[in-house]
Design a protein around this ligand. Structure first.
Ligand code: UFG
Length: 329
């Protein structure tokens, strides 16, 4: 297929682009390089542009006849979405609308959309199915929920087919050390812990130790970025076979506490770093895990890296490569 990947120079998008290339797809990346990198586009063509620019989008769709669009481009920092909500409604929701207008005009048949477990908000359940009511508690989650809705509404009114993937906690890096998370000012747990190991951070905090979980810290479902990337490639194959539009959770269906994650990072790195226990971070649900039966049954997806030590090892290896590269440049 000829595939457009928005945000293909970013963390998750770049891993997907690499797998798409290996699967024989023809890839065009559209990225404004605000948080992505040129070097992260390891196959296909990179077009530098912004989804806010409808003329640039039109030119892109006039130049290429896409069989599918994979839409990753978005801002993803939850606290920032609370302090600057309109940035999220512009860059996530409005830009998705711009993209959908081009998709409609050019009758692109397939779309894969990067959504998030943040659309569920603070559910009473800890293992989440896709049919739960959506109740995001921050603008980031709301911006993604609105995008989901626009995609579904356009699909109902046209021949567009979609796979919406709701990511749980994505971590890890390409095992060959070619790609990984390079976002500055990271807030995600495993990335932050890896930066402590690399010495670019002096220490870190555990946000909340009084949750109703096995050790009092929050439980999350960490999924390796390569397994998540594989789900995207399989979603394309599924749509090409005529599969119905569907929403799928992406996670392993099991969780680790913050303390367990930090212990694994210390173990795998063989070094210690200072960890301070502080109060809860606003908006953190105690425990979130994916019910992943639907993705398993619908796509035939099975993970290859369902092991926290492997996730952490690949993240640590990448952090070293990335810090060395930055120091050398
Ligand atoms: N945490 C710490 N210390 C840190 C960083 C995180 O204790 O320095 C804790 C958090 O409080 C949370 C857990 O580690 O309990 C995981 O936090 P992350 O920030 O890594 O991830 P979140 O679960 O908050 O966020 C993830 C995605 C978001 C998405 C959200 C949906 O990264 O994009 O899940 O619930 F919105």
């Amino acid at each position: 297929m000829k595939v457009l990947v928005t945000g293909g120079a970013g963390y998750i998008g770049s891993h997907v682009v690499r797998q798409l290339g290996r699967a024989g797809h023809e890839v065009v990346v559209f990225d404004n390089l605000s948080t992505g990198y040129r070097w992260a586009v390891t196959c296909g063509e990179l077009v530098v542009g912004d989804l806010a620019d409808e003329q640039a989008l039109e030119a892109l769709f006039e130049t290429h006849r896409f069989d599918a669009v994979l839409h990753f481009a978005a801002n993803i920092v939850v606290p920032e979405s609370v302090s600057n909500p309109l940035k999220y409604y512009s860059n996530n929701t409005r830009n998705t609308l711009n993209l959908l207008k081009a998709i409609e005009r050019h009758r692109v048949p397939h779309m894969v959309f990067s959504s998030t477990a943040a659309v569920y908000g603070m559910p009473a359940e800890t293992v989440l199915t896709e049919d739960l009511p959506l109740a995001p508690i921050n603008p980031y989650g709301a911006s993604k929920m609105m995008s989901e809705r626009m995609i579904m509404d356009l699909a109902a009114a046209s021949s567009l087919g979609y796979v919406i993937l709701r990511y749980f906690n994505v971590a890890g890096a390409n095992p060959e050390g070619v790609l990984g998370q390079a976002t500055p000012e990271a807030t995600h747990l495993i990335k932050v812990a890896c930066e402590c190991v690399a010495g670019v951070r002096e220490g870190m905090s555990v946000f909340g130790t009084d949750y109703d979980t096995r050790d009092g810290t929050c439980v999350r479902d960490y999924i390796h970025v390569e397994d998540l990337a594989k789900a995207h490639v399989m979603a394309l194959d599924y749509m090409a076979r005529g599969g119905e539009s569907v929403v799928l959770n992406c996670g392993y269906g099991r969780g680790f506490t913050v303390r367990e994650v930090i212990d694994v990072v210390r173990e795998q790195a063989g070094v210690d770093f200072p960890v301070t226990e502080t109060g809860r971070r606003a908006g953190d649900p105690a425990a979130l895990m994916a019910d992943n039966r639907r993705i398993t049954e619908t796509l035939g997806w099975t993970p290859d890296f369902d092991d926290l030590a492997t996730i952490v090892r690949t993240a640590l290896a990448w952090e070293k490569i990335w810090q060395d590269r930055k120091a050398g440049s």
